[in-house]
Design a protein around this ligand. Structure first.
Ligand code: C2E
Ligand code: MG
Ligand code: MG
Ligand code: MG
Length: 292
């Protein structure tokens, strides 16, 4: 414990010593533990991908999947990405972890194409953090994976958040345009929760907006939250973008979104993120269920 106390003192400067309470000590301890475990997680093969289907509710079709990272720390124990991704970003580890995610999801999509489980009209979406976008290796990593796994144009999608517009906007715009030219689709994730100006939105080379689930969850509260969702759907239409709602859990939410002609739906209503085997089974069942 002495080591940990020293660490904290060094980090915050001597003056903060008296604020170093037991709770904080526990937090530092947890944080250090997390760091150490995260550092070796890749070598220990502790990461895996889950896949959540995206649905066209009009054609009743699975249009693709979003790959969601899972960190398995025990036989049935997982640490949530919201808990370890910020830490991985801070440590710079997100680059190697992110590279693994890109490689693994491309490999999976190729395997599913070969097995006839998915077709070329479908896509695999990967979450990319701002740290990855700012790293010079991203484009070549994606390019190599597309070549290695011979992914057809349009099959790979990246999801980025509005936070990418915080600084170096010109560089980000250029990079996204280059990725788009390579045939990669670009979505803005959690749309509406950031503070991007509509002017940037017009200039950004993007294909889709994902309505953040907080708005979907608030739909039942009344006209105001409904108006926000309506506005995002109209905005997408005006800008010529695809719009997808995330976090759809209920029939009411689904019907409301269909009433607005929201293009695609993602959420527990259709399916939670699934492991490889369950995702395959989901596709087969889904086709059976809606084939007649
Ligand atoms: P996200 O990209 O916005 O993903 C949606 C999150 O909402 C996922 O949480 C998903 O499991 C959850 N979700 C989907 N449908 C529903 C629903 O109907 N109800 C509820 N309550 N939740 C739903 P998850 O998998 O824990 O991921 C959290 C976040 O971590 C992601 O948010 C994304 O920002 C980040 N993340 C996940 N995988 C990766 C990755 O491979 N790389 C990077 N950079 N970030 C990732
Ligand atoms: Mg996402
Ligand atoms: Mg999201
Ligand atoms: Mg998110």
């Amino acid at each position: 414990c002495a080591d940990i106390a020293m660490y904290k003192v060094k980090e915050n400067g001597r003056n903060n010593f008296r604020f170093f309470t037991e709770t904080m000590q526990q937090e530092v301890h947890y944080s250090l533990q997390l760091e150490n475990r995260l550092r070796v997680a890749l070598q220990l093969n502790q990461f895996l991908l889950y896949y959540q289907p995206k649905i066209d509710p009009y054609q009743q079709k699975v249009i693709g999947f979003e790959a969601l990272l899972r960190w398995r720390v025990g036989s049935d124990e997982f640490i949530s990405p919201s808990d370890f991704i910020p830490k991985a970003e801070e440590m710079g580890l997100i680059i190697s972890i992110g590279r693994w995610v890109i490689e693994q999801s491309c490999r999976q999509f190729r395997a599913w194409l070969d097995a006839g489980i998915v077709d070329e009209s479908m896509s695999m979406a990967i979450n990319i953090s701002i740290k990855q976008l700012q790293h010079q290796s991203l484009k070549s990593t994606i390019k190599e994976c597309i070549e290695t796994y011979q992914l057809p144009i349009g099959c790979l999608e990246i999801e980025v958040t509005e936070s990418i517009m915080i600084d170096n906007v010109e560089h980000i715009i250029k990079l996204l345009a280059e990725l788009q030219e390579m045939g990669i689709k670009i979505s803005i994730d959690d749309f509406g929760t950031g503070y991007s100006s509509l002017n940037y939105l017009r200039r950004l080379p993007i294909d889709a907006l994902k309505i953040d689930m907080s708005f979907v969850r608030a739909l039942h509260e009344g006209e105001q939250s409904q108006a926000i969702v309506k506005a995002i759907v109209s905005l997408s239409e005006i800008l010529g973008l695809t719009v997808i709602a995330e976090g759809v859990e209920t029939e009411e939410q689904l019907e409301f979104l269909k009433g607005l002609e929201c293009d695609f739906i993602q959420g527990y209503y259709y399916s939670k993120p699934l492991d490889e085997t369950k995702a395959e089974a989901y596709l087969v069942d889904f086709k059976k269920q809606y084939s007649n």
